[in-house]
Design a protein around this ligand. Structure first.
Ligand SMILES: O=C1O[C@H](COP(=O)(O)O)[C@@H](O)[C@H](O)[C@H]1O
Length: 223
């Protein structure tokens, strides 16, 4: 893991967005298409605000979330809502969205179809992850009902996940799919998350799932 420290959120957002765009451009030099995977939650919005305006051939970029909350797209907790409002605008409006959600009562009803859409684009070229103070990343939660499966070497591409305290089911990319990414980044803000990441480094992935993705990753932090 390589730790990149920035003066503040603005500096982090500008520099990280340009770094992600550079990695996508590099992939597009040798490939027809590039696959970008990004987190939901509250942290990545300011990065998306810059990334969406960067110059690259967005018509050749596929974008998926690392994980989704099982809510319709217009719901306030939908990670897809964040993507639509903050990433798929300006130049990035030309990107192709690869969904992790489809209207259905439970993820299990449609997960095979959703996974096929992701599998067709693997490996991930550029991965940005977030992390909660409970040391979850994507929807790999400590104590999640299928966490062992999602962390296993032969995990499926997508795993449904339910965790105590989370108001809805989730769908998450498995750790093996995340770890196969060509360029891996983790964005965290604030002292609480920095402390959590430090603690996670000496814990097992079952206790601190973010520990499962820290090899060869660039961490981006601002106070
Ligand atoms: O629920 C989620 O949480 C994490 C962290 O979110 P944040 O609000 O603390 O930035 C996020 O990375 C994940 O994609 C999301 O579904």
């Amino acid at each position: 893991m390589n730790f990149n420290e920035y003066l503040d959120e603005d500096m982090l957002s500008i520099q990280l967005a340009h770094r992600l765009a550079g990695a996508l451009n590099t992939a597009l030099e040798t490939q027809d298409r590039a696959f970008l995977v990004v987190p939901g939650g509250t942290t990545p919005g300011p990065v998306f605000d810059i990334l969406c305006a960067t110059r690259l051939d967005w018509s050749r970029v596929d974008v998926a979330l690392s994980d989704e909350r099982w809510r319709p797209e217009e719901h306030i907790r939908s990670n897809t809502k964040l993507l639509r409002e903050r990433l798929f605008v300006e130049r990035a409006a030309k990107a192709t969205h690869v969904p992790l959600y489809r209207r259905a009562e439970t993820p299990e009803e449609v997960i095979d179809d959703l996974a096929a859409g992701i599998e067709a684009r693997l490996p991930i070229d550029v991965l940005l992850l977030g992390m909660g103070t409970d040391m979850h990343t994507a929807s790999l939660f400590p104590g999640g009902d299928r966490i062992e499966e999602a962390l296993s070497r032969d995990a499926p591409v997508l795993v449904p996940m339910r965790a105590e305290g989370e108001p809805e089911p989730r769908v998450t990319m498995s750790a093996r799919v995340l770890n196969d990414a060509m360029s891996k980044h983790l964005v965290i803000m604030g002292d609480a998350k920095r402390g959590a990441l430090d603690r996670a480094r000496s814990m097992t992935p079952l206790q601190a799932p973010v520990a499962a993705v820290l090899d060869d990753i660039e961490v981006h932090w601002a106070p």
